[in-house]
Design a binder for this molecule. Structure first.
Ligand SMILES: *Cc1c(COP(=O)(O)O)cnc(C)c1O
Length: 345
């Protein structure tokens, strides 16, 4: 890995973080007259902990990642955007990503005026490590990997991810939004092995909390410090922090939900394969399946007419005639299959 100093934008490296009232005084006091808050309406009158230590301490137990290796954000969207703001000089630097993949990496590249290079996945939606590395140059700051990948649903091979981590000398973001549903282990236990890794996880999928907007980045303390310097001081509000502390009390419940989803995914895959107009159902390690149809557009429109909304991926590279279907409850999946069984084309 190149020196972090050479990867981070010069202005960011030189930056002194904004020091808020809650940063300056840590500890307990009885009278707080430092932040121009309203003394009434406790506890919501007070600015929240800018570094969310209580939540991170609980995550340390649940995820096995040290609190100082965690950044929390307003969904994964925030750390995705922070990667550009921290590392990529607009119109000079570039990033390299796989294709197809999650759309936000490109949206944030475009917003930040950073060149976005994409390298198609190979047969079986596998990572083209040589192609990916060949697309990088001295101005490539970040490589984006997503495993299990969205919208294809498959996990990238661990050995391929390891090769990128070892052979690319910039930052490698590994988005593990769906890793709870996969059999391959998360890279979260291997932070010390790969100083250039940034792992993204989220409360939006397995933790069933998309509405609260809470995302996590796991990385070296050096990388986390850079990101902490540029995030909004109070980027995770108190309601979200309280909610997170609450749901993190019961990881067993989440495991049960994940187990149910995996079982229902297996049934959905099997049921879809029986349909005459389904050409292929790709093996999924996520909470959705990608299915290739003879006429995805017609199937999509037919389902919309029945009030059932799936994701039409027909126009996405390497996904022509494909529809992405989220695994719902047993009842929702049965309703979908009932409609599809009546589809005449
Ligand atoms: C859903 C999803 C996320 C989650 O984004 P949030 O902003 O945390 O809701 C992240 N990455 C991928 C690939 C996703 O599909």
């Amino acid at each position: 890995m190149r020196d972090l100093k050479d990867l981070v934008r010069k202005n960011v490296w030189a930056l002194k973080p904004y020091s808020c009232a809650r940063d300056e005084f840590k500890g307990e006091a009885s009278v707080y007259l430092d932040a121009n808050e309203n003394p009434r309406n406790n506890p919501y009158n007070r600015y929240p902990d800018p570094l969310q230590w209580e939540v991170k301490k609980r995550l340390e137990q649940v995820k096995g990642v040290k609190a100082e290796n965690i950044l929390l954000g307003n969904g994964s969207d925030e750390p995705i955007d922070l990667m550009y703001r921290a590392f990529c000089e607009p119109r000079i630097d570039n990033v390299v990503a796989i294709c197809p993949t999650y759309g936000m990496y490109q949206v944030c590249a475009d917003v930040n005026d950073v060149e976005y290079r994409s390298v198609n996945l190979k047969e079986g939606y596998e990572l083209d490590v040589d192609g990916l590395l060949a697309a990088t140059d001295k101005n490539t700051k970040v490589v984006w990997l997503c495993s299990p990948n969205n919208p294809t649903g498959n996990s990238l091979k661990t050995a391929d991810i390891e090769r990128v981590l070892k052979e690319f000398d910039g930052i490698v973001v590994l988005d593990e939004a769906y890793s709870d549903f996969a059999s391959a282990p998360s890279f979260k236990t291997r932070l010390s092995e790969f100083p250039n890794i940034v792992i993204l996880q989220t409360f939006s999928k397995a933790w069933a909390s998309a509405a609260v907007r809470l995302g996590m980045a796991f990385a070296s303390t050096d990388i986390i410090s850079v990101l902490n310097k540029i995030k909004y001081p109070y980027n995770v509000n108190k309601l979200t922090q309280e909610y997170a502390l609450d749901i993190l009390k019961d990881p067993k419940k989440i495991e049960d939900w994940v187990e149910q989803t995996i079982q229902l995914r297996g049934k959905l895959e099997k049921d879809l394969r029986k349909l005459s107009f389904v050409v292929d159902v790709f093996k999924s390690d996520a909470n959705f399946v990608l299915a290739k149809m003879t006429n995805a557009q017609a199937v999509y429109e037919y389902l919309v007419g029945k009030g059932i909304i799936v994701r039409n991926r027909n126009r996405v590279t390497l996904c022509s005639e494909c529809i992405r279907i989220t695994v719902g409850t047993a009842e929702e999946n049965a309703e979908l299959m009932g409609a599809l069984n009546e589809f005449a084309f």
